[in-house]
Design a protein around this ligand. Sequence first.
Ligand code: SF4
Length: 138
Amino acid sequence: MSTQPWYHEGLRFTCTQCGNCCTGSEGYVWVDDDEIRQIAEVLGVDEGTVRVEHTRRLGKKVSLKEFANGDCVYFDPQTRGCKVYNARPKQCRTWPFWNSNLANPRAWKQTVAICPGSGEGRLYQLDEIQAQAAVIDL
Ligand code: SF4
């Protein structure tokens, strides 16, 4: 029996910058202390400002806040881009190669349905996909 994951021939992804993953229904973007520090640096504010104004605590974890319409606090509706792109959290950097999206072909199909960049564009090899999935367990 093969021990290779179902996506051993690679998966395609090139972001179209549609902004779907930064907007819409409620979700969580988990951030750690380092990420909060880096975001503060990019914004030119102190860490406390980011913590108080842009994050919320859920148990032991911290997530970015969202606007009432579900947009990420750092989503720029004018450009449909990220205001802290160079300091975007690991969760954003590793999309769509999260363990939950890679669990089986059905999960990947659902990912492709919500992210037009998934399943299209650059072919990521197995080792690249696994490296990204190992960064954060989502
Ligand atoms: S949903 Fe996919 S294609 Fe659209 S911005 Fe997010 S990663 Fe890019």
